[in-house]
Write a protein that binds this ligand. Structure first.
Ligand code: SF4
Length: 303
């Protein structure tokens, strides 16, 4: 899920009402992509996800007229680059093409088509502008797709054929917090095991939401057990490019979820930093943007 949208840009909310190819593509300024991210929304017709995260910014909706069909994604991408990109390019560098949108993209029957359409259109654009050579295609997933051998095979294969990054969600470090934050029946240990199994072959970036229960004040993050889960991943041979901790950037849909202030986010990131091998990059995004991570060694495990 991308965020920090530029007010003048298309947003997923507008796409939900769209009835043409434009509803599939949404350029956004993303703090976590550090620039302009071109999103591909595989669910323009309705939200479709295996999780029901309380901090999710996508509310259930229905727009049956916006249903995808074969060829639409490639056509929409090509239309964006032909018509809109020249204007955007005056102000922004393109940081990635991300596949996410209104749900979990590995649930979509159009995932493979979207990956290969993005690679094809991007390759055409690179031939026109070499600066786009470094633009990756990013899949933003909640990690439940790793339970499917067919999805894993597709992602492994595509990673050999394109500049491809996978940002995989891992919230909390225990069954209890995973259950609170995903509101699903997926077993936490199975998710961790399947991320490890997948990432032993194809590297991933781990994305982790840290937020607060506004009613009790409890921080919905258990740093010690989270670090244990990360060490378990690494111990099982997972190749982790980076860990990205973030809190909600805008008021969440559910009022009992609140963001974490920047000082506390940086402190929690510092705890995670100390447990990680130095070669694994750690990113931390607070309310105000990317945070520098202190290195005092004085941090305590959060209560
Ligand atoms: S995994 Fe993403 S799309 Fe699905 S409910 Fe959670 S935040 Fe929303």
């Amino acid at each position: 899920m991308t965020d920090t949208r530029h007010p003048g840009f298309l947003t997923p909310e507008r796409h939900q009402r769209g009835e043409d190819a434009a509803s599939i593509i949404y350029p956004v300024v993303s703090r976590r992509a550090r620039g302009l991210s071109l999103g591909i929304n595989l669910f323009p017709d309705s939200k479709h996800c295996t999780y029901n995260c309380p901090y999710c910014e996508v509310q259930p909706f229905s727009n049956p007229h916006a249903r995808l069909s074969e060829g639409m994604i490639e056509a929409a991408l090509r239309e964006f680059f032909d018509k809109d990109w020249p204007a955007y390019a005056k102000s922004f560098a393109l940081e990635d093409i991300s596949i996410s949108g209104n749900g979990e993209p590995t649930c979509s029957p159009f995932l493979e088509e979207a990956l290969y359409a993005a690679a094809k259109v991007l390759s055409e654009q690179v031939s026109l502008d070499a600066k786009l050579f470094h633009v990756p295609i990013v899949l933003i997933t909640n990690s439940t797709g790793f339970l499917s051998p067919q999805i894993c095979e597709l992602l492994h294969r595509f990673s050999q054929e394109a500049r491809f990054e996978i940002w995989a969600k891992l919230d909390g470090g225990s069954s209890e917090l995973h259950s609170i934050l995903s509101r699903s029946n997926y077993a936490f240990d199975r998710i961790v095991g399947d991320i490890a199994h997948f990432a032993a072959i194809t590297p991933v970036k781990i994305q982790t939401m840290i937020c607060r229960d506004a009613c009790s004040g409890r921080v919905l993050f258990d740093a010690e057990r989270y670090c244990g889960a990360l060490m378990s991943l690494i111990g099982q041979g997972a190749r982790i490019n980076a860990i990205q901790l973030y809190t909600t950037a805008r008021p969440p849909a559910e009022p009992w979820i609140a963001s974490i202030d920047d000082i506390e986010m940086a402190m929690l990131a510092s705890i995670v930093r100390r447990c990680l091998p130095s070669e694994i990059r750690l990113e931390c995004f607070g309310r105000s943007g990317e945070l520098s991570i202190p290195n005092s060694g004085q941090e305590q495990w959060p209560k």
